[in-house]
Design a protein around this ligand. Structure first.
Ligand code: FES
Length: 292
């Protein structure tokens, strides 16, 4: 990391606007008495925003005074975090990601545009509109290459759409769009879905386009028969499918035939697997005298 120093040319003083002062007071109140210094990051950040995205020495002094801390402590923080700009930046401050995913997707061509249009990094254009620096990953790799301009991300850049973006910003056009510049919604696949293209039933059996079966009505006659069977065999274990049914009811509060809550929402079912499981459960049931 390069040495970070305060700008040579500094304003004479800095004062928060009344609104920002009230906002700063609220931040300070979030911390217990004696711990007000903990509010330094948000206060420095607000001072930077108020001052055209860079932090002059009088602003750092003002924040230190407000928080009752030595200036050197505040200066240490301002010079440590690269989110604080210690020199003036352009009205549109561009942070270009040059980390591997963006580089593989063509960030070099974005850099070429910046060098041609804006000039070397850290220098503000003569009209005061632009300055840029190269930064590490900004966490939008799936829409690479990308840049951050002030508070917004601009993604899926090409040299053409980036040049147009700079033109639109310079012209003050309102239609400038943040996010993907090729119309993607968030980070959806560029060429449409290739996997998980169909919705499978929650039960893992109903297949695409079919809704899960409605819950079956409880079969009172079968339940009475089951009870009679068990009463005739005191001490006998309940049949397997009855145990499973009771266990499921306890877990979900739903009858066995319910398909909800089986937790197989997006898995492709193995053909016939459900039927095989049903057959196995049926086979494990002892022959019943009450079954015709
Ligand atoms: S590598 Fe550029 S946003 Fe992550």
């Amino acid at each position: 990391m390069s040495v970070r120093r305060l700008a040579e040319v500094q304003p004479a003083s800095f004062e928060f606007t009344p609104d920002n002062r009230a906002w700063a007071d609220k931040q300070i109140q979030k911390y217990p008495l004696g711990r007000q210094a903990s509010a330094i990051i948000p206060l420095l950040w607000q001072a930077q925003k108020q001052n055209g995205y860079w932090l002059p020495k009088p602003a750092i002094e003002k924040v230190a005074e407000q928080l009752g801390m030595p200036f050197i402590r505040a200066l240490e923080i301002a010079t440590f975090y690269t989110m604080f700009n210690l020199e003036p930046v352009g009205k549109f401050y561009i942070q270009m990601c040059g980390t591997t995913p963006c580089m593989l997707q063509g960030s070099d061509s974005i850099k070429t545009v910046l060098e041609r249009r804006v000039g070397p990094p850290h220098k503000v254009t003569a009209d005061g509109l632009f300055s840029w620096i190269e930064v590490e990953c900004l966490g939008a790799c799936c829409n690479a290459p990308m840049v951050q301009i002030n508070d917004d991300y601009y993604e899926d850049l090409t040299s053409e759409n980036f040049e147009k973006l700079l033109n639109d910003l310079a012209a003050g056009r309102r239609e400038v769009k943040t996010g993907s510049q090729i119309g993607r919604v968030t980070s959806e696949p560029v060429g449409g879905l290739t996997t998980l293209t169909e919705l499978w039933g929650k039960d893992g059996r109903s297949g695409p386009g079919r809704l899960p079966k409605a819950e079956a009505e409880p079969d009172h006659a079968a339940a009475a028969d089951e009870k009679a069977y068990q009463d005739a065999q005191p001490g006998a274990e309940a049949p397997l499918h009855t145990q499973m049914s009771q266990s499921q009811k306890q877990r979900t509060g739903r009858p066995e035939s319910s398909v909800a809550g089986t937790g197989t929402r997006t898995e492709r079912p193995v053909e016939g697997e459900g039927k095989k499981a049903d057959d196995a459960a049926q086979a494990s049931t002892p022959p019943s005298k009450h079954t015709p």
